[in-house]
Design a protein around this ligand. Structure first.
Ligand SMILES: Cc1ncc(COP(=O)(O)O)c(C=O)c1O
Length: 390
């Protein structure tokens, strides 16, 4: 008999009852050091007092009105994002997948309104992940995500990741945009080198096409900048955001320049819940905490410390691990042992990591993880590796 919850997930046998900062607590009191943070979501840890205060204060006054009316919390958050980024305008969603949907629609509508309805194609890259909707799976294009779900949404051109020579010839008079994650997340924490992001920006400018960055996983302070593309010194035309922006409350956003958003006039897109007062109250509190030089400096400092310790871990267990990669507190450890075995061995040491493609485990801890917790995390991973080797 089918489970009452549709069985699409392979779940670990934990049912956490409480969260405290970087820790998740089981009903029997066992404490797990959470290096997954809900897959890069809980940027300020679990039950963060500022976020709890923002959420409960809002919950006590107004939850939902719909976008039929002005939502001051939404306007405040949009203003913050516009002030802090390349963007001139923001649309709020509830998830990364919805952000992908709008990014695709926005790029196509842009060209339609410019008198080029034939420009509908979006170039994407192997190993990418853009969500599970029809557009999201078609954008990623992998067999794993698309098999059995056809007919797929047309208009995506898939190129091999890091094949620079393939990109320019793939741009035709049907191309609307290039879409890429500055750091591939599900693909195994693979950063796009700065010079490649610059090259993509140049190519887009040369051909007059749009650059869409998917910062759903790598954005909101995760890499040590507010948004990952800032490391490369470039700006996108459209950017997808979710996960960290809500700190655990479902919230996403599409940020865009005025030009890229020019086709999106009243009535062309909408969402019942997107940008609701509860989500935006939390989003404002996340932005207030994360978007300060002190906070981001601290992310970079801690990322350096963690990275150094992890290099030591890899060197100490050459049969288990191959290398460390990533940016900021978005770290992948490429494994020699099977990655899911290492994740499992971590469970036994009460440390939580997340498997990704390319036989990688992901470390995406809360951005406010403490120095002591970083030391504890690596100790536990060390014990996990040793127990697996034994
Ligand atoms: C880069 C990227 N884009 C899009 C998504 C989809 O986001 P969501 O699961 O919130 O729909 C994810 C989720 O993991 C992601 O990592």
């Amino acid at each position: 008999m089918i489970a009452s919850v549709l069985p699409t997930y392979n779940r670990a046998p934990f049912s956490f009852v409480k969260g405290e900062g970087s820790w998740l607590i089981e009903a029997d009191g066992r404490r797990f050091l959470d290096l997954g943070a809900g897959i890069a979501v809980n940027v300020l840890g679990h039950a963060n007092p500022a976020l709890t205060e923002a959420l409960t204060a809002q919950a006590g006054s107004l939850w939902h009105t719909s976008n039929l009316y002005e939502i001051p919390q939404q306007k405040a958050l949009a203003d913050k994002l516009v002030d802090a980024t390349f963007a001139d305008t923001v649309f709020f969603t509830n998830s990364g997948t919805e952000s992908c949907e709008l990014a695709v629609k926005m790029a196509r509508k842009y060209w339609y309104e410019k008198g080029h309805p034939e420009r509908t194609e979006i170039i994407t890259f192997s190993g990418s992940f853009h969500g599970r909707s029809s557009a999201g799976i078609a954008a990623a294009g992998s067999e794993k995500m698309t098999k059995g779900f056809g007919p797929l949404l047309p208009g995506f051109v898939h190129l091999p990741f890091a094949d620079h020579e393939a990109i320019a010839p793939a741009i035709t008079h049907h191309t609307a945009a290039i879409m890429i994650e500055p750091v591939q997340g599900e693909g195994g924490i693979i950063p796009v080198p700065d010079q490649c992001l610059k090259g993509l920006r140049d190519l887009c400018d040369e051909h007059g096409i749009l650059l869409i960055l998917d910062e759903v996983q790598c954005g909101v302070g995760r890499t040590g900048k507010l948004f990952a593309h800032e490391w490369a010194g470039i700006e996108p035309d459209i950017m997808m955001v979710a996960k960290g922006i809500g700190g655990g409350f479902p919230l996403g956003a599409v940020l865009a320049t005025e030009n890229a958003a020019s086709g999106m006039t009243a009535g062309t897109h909408g969402s019942t819940y997107g940008g609701n007062p509860l989500g935006c109250a939390v989003g404002n509190a996340v932005m207030d905490a994360v978007n300060t030089p002190e906070f981001l400096d601290d992310v970079n400092r801690k990322a350096g410390a963690l990275r150094q310790k992890l290099e030591g871990l890899v060197a100490a267990h050459p049969d288990m691990f191959e290398s460390v990669r990533g940016q900021g507190l978005m770290i992948g450890i490429k494994c020699k042992a099977t990655n899911t075995d290492i994740v499992q061995a971590g469970y036994d040491q009460q440390v939580l990591t997340v498997p990704a493609a390319d036989n990688t485990i992901r470390l995406l801890p809360p951005l406010n993880i403490t120095d002591e917790e970083i030391g504890e995390a690596v100790d536990r991973l060390d014990k996990a590796a040793a127990s697996l080797a034994a």
